[in-house]
Structures are given as structure tokens and as C-alpha cells.
Ligand binder design. Structure first.
Ligand code: 5GP
Ligand code: ZN
Length: 139
């Protein structure tokens, strides 16, 4: 058994209700179910967070997410679907193996992410964009 719960799920050491599996990703029901139809899409290799995803894994996990989101929409016809993905404790991550939540949503369903917009001036946005551009690695 690994120390990582999602590695154990990927390896079949811990049971899960599987939705989809391919060479690089596994989609399975979240044990907590914020709303019925709440699915997790994880990468199969142990990668802690988004910073460790190579382009191939990043593409694969979002391809699976889009496919499963369409299936959740078809199966549950929720009023909306939220994709949620946390990196680091401050962001709300509790399992340190990269995964993305697909959460069916309904008006007043109790799920909340507050959005304290600061609306900075345009010059600040330009300065921030340049800072991030400078940190980008080449394709
Ligand atoms: P995070 O907070 O890291 O974004 O989300 C971790 C999620 O993993 C939680 O929503 C939690 O319910 C789910 N989870 C934790 N342990 C297990 C497990 O053993 N099986 C399944 N199916 N989900 C789990
Ligand atoms: Zn893992």
C-alpha cells in the first residue's frame, strides 16, 4: 500500500466506483458527494499538483474531464456544473495527488466559493500580465 490514497485507488488497493479509465487518467465517484454525480478525475501517475503535470498528462486529464462532464450533464441534467481543482492547503487541497472535481450544481445547493474581486487599475493588470509572461516556460 502507498501512503497516497489516490495511488491506492489507481492500483485497485482501495475500492472506488469507477466512471472512466484510460492509460493516463481515472475518473471515480468522490466519496463525499457534494451533490449526486460528483466525480473526481485523477491522473494515474503520482503527481502532487498542477505544477508537476507535463503537457501530455495535462491534456489527458482535461480531455477526460470534458468527456465526463458531458456525461454528468446528460445523466443528471443539473442546473450547472462547477470544475474545482485545488493546489496547496491554502487553496483547499486535502489529497496531494492531482485531481479535478466535477460537481453538479443547483441554485442554493450550499456550495460556496467567495470571490473578493479587487478590480485593480489597468496599469496594475498590465504589470501583473508582464510578470507572469516573464515566468512562462517555452512551449
Ligand atoms: P481536495 O480537497 O484535495 O480537492 O479533494 C479531495 C477529495 O477526495 C475530497 O472531496 C474527498 O471526499 C475525496 N476522497 C478522499 N478520500 C477518498 C477515498 O478514499 N475515496 C474517494 N472516492 N474519494 C476520496
Ligand atoms: Zn498518489
Amino acid at each position: 500500500m502507498s501512503d497516497c490514497v489516490f495511488c491506492n485507488i489507481v492500483e485497485g488497493q482501495i475500492p472506488s466506483a469507477k466512471v472512466h479509465e484510460d492509460g493516463l487518467t481515472l475518473a471515480f465517484m468522490d466519496i463525499g458527494q457534494v451533490n449526486p454525480g460528483h466525480v473526481l478525475v485523477a491522473v494515474k501517475p503520482h503527481v502532487e499538483n498542477i505544477y508537476g503535470l507535463d503537457d501530455r498528462l495535462a491534456a489527458a486529464v482535461f480531455q477526460t474531464t470534458a468527456r465526463v462532464a458531458r456525461a454528468v450533464q446528460k445523466a443528471y441534467t443539473p442546473e450547472g456544473v462547477t470544475l474545482y481543482q485545488a493546489n496547496g492547503a491554502a487553496a483547499g487541497q486535502t489529497v496531494y495527488h492531482f485531481h479535478l472535481h466535477i460537481v453538479p450544481r443547483y441554485d442554493k445547493d450550499g456550495m460556496r466559493l467567495t470571490w473578493p474581486a479587487k478590480n485593480p487599475p489597468r496599469e496594475q493588470l498590465e504589470a501583473d500580465a508582464a510578470k507572469i509572461r516573464n515566468a512562462l516556460t517555452p512551449d
